[in-house]
Design a protein around this ligand. Structure first.
Ligand code: TA6
Length: 287
């Protein structure tokens, strides 16, 4: 097993499986993980068949890195949506290839400071992604290199592949407080009563550090999303109308995916004093 450099549609690395499909994959743009598929398994990450795959445009699927704001930010007027990190090429600093030894590949990227033209803050943002046959681990570390406090929002906006989103259950957030961000909905706060099931457009910020389990009976698997350094978990499915309104999202694809996102948003934005750093990590496994 070995990795290959790719230059189209975007620069990055891929580890092809026996069938030629990507087992592991990451683009340099946005340090964007686009594939993780353990042996004998279906893909764990979902990517739209209609996604853009061109420089400067966000990829619809995989794990977009949301930084330094979520959505339109705490001011409500920040552009681009979900920050600039995901639409620029990051510097690929290191690749640790242990594929022959144990099937593991670690890739570390940093976000070039020049793309943060809207910010005066001095910071570094690094993402280390470790692919293995049993886990996908993402570690996002931000350091304050300046002389003033630096505050940011973040998310690992993970698109999980499911058999049919109407038939999965999400466990681990029972009793947790959540905010409804569906346009026109009562934002709450609400308290989660029992497992989460999806029967309409769903766009929620759970204010919880808990591990989440997505039970998928039709595919006879559960996807476990554990995290550290994250106070919020976003749960999103666009459902019919929202999916149809997105050019980079196939009209019928909404049943195939569910976003479970480790995040720090709003009141949980991270504030770093000069010289401080913070790591948010997300580890995905199957059971
Ligand atoms: O994380 C959920 C969310 O904020 C949704 O409201 C929806 O906008 C989704 O992200 C996708 O955002 P994007 O900018 O990638 O189209």
């Amino acid at each position: 097993m070995s990795y290959e450099q790719i230059t189209t549609p975007l620069d990055g690395l891929v580890v092809p499986g026996a069938d030629g499909d990507a087992r592991y994959g990451i683009y340099d743009q946005g340090a964007h993980t686009f594939a993780w598929r353990p042996d004998g398994q279906r893909p764990v990450l979902w990517v739209s068949g209609s996604t853009h795959l061109e420089p400067g445009k966000a990829v619809r699927g995989g794990v977009p890195v949301v930084f330094p704001w979520f959505g339109s930010g705490r001011s409500g007027d920040q552009q681009p949506a979900h920050g600039f990190a995901r639409v620029h090429p990051w510097t690929r600093d290191s690749v640790v290839d242990a594929l022959e030894e144990n099937g593991t590949l670690s890739v570390t990227h940093t976000l070039p400071r020049k793309y943060a033209e809207q910010l005066t803050d001095e910071f570094t943002c690094e993402l280390k992604v470790t692919f293995s046959p049993t886990a996908l681990e993402l570690e996002m570390t931000v350091s304050n290199e300046g002389s003033a406090p630096f505050s940011y929002e973040q998310a690992l906006h993970t698109y999980l592949a499911v058999s049919d989103v109407r038939r999965v259950r999400v466990l681990g957030l029972e009793g947790q407080s959540w905010t409804d961000t569906v346009p026109g909905a009562d934002p709450g706060p609400h308290v989660q009563d029992g497992p989460i099931t999806i029967d309409a457009q769903t766009d929620r910020i759970y204010h919880s550090p808990n591990t989440v389990v997505v039970e998928d009976p039709d595919w006879q698997r559960s996807i476990v999303v554990a995290k550290d350094g994250s106070a919020d978990t976003v749960v999103w499915n666009p459902w019919v109308e929202r999916a149809a309104a997105m050019a980079d999202f196939g009209d019928h694809e909404w049943t195939q995916m569910l976003c479970i996102e480790a995040a720090n948003i709003g009141d949980h934005a991270v504030s770093l004093d000069p010289g401080d750093m913070h790591t948010m990590s997300q580890t995905i496994t199957l059971r």
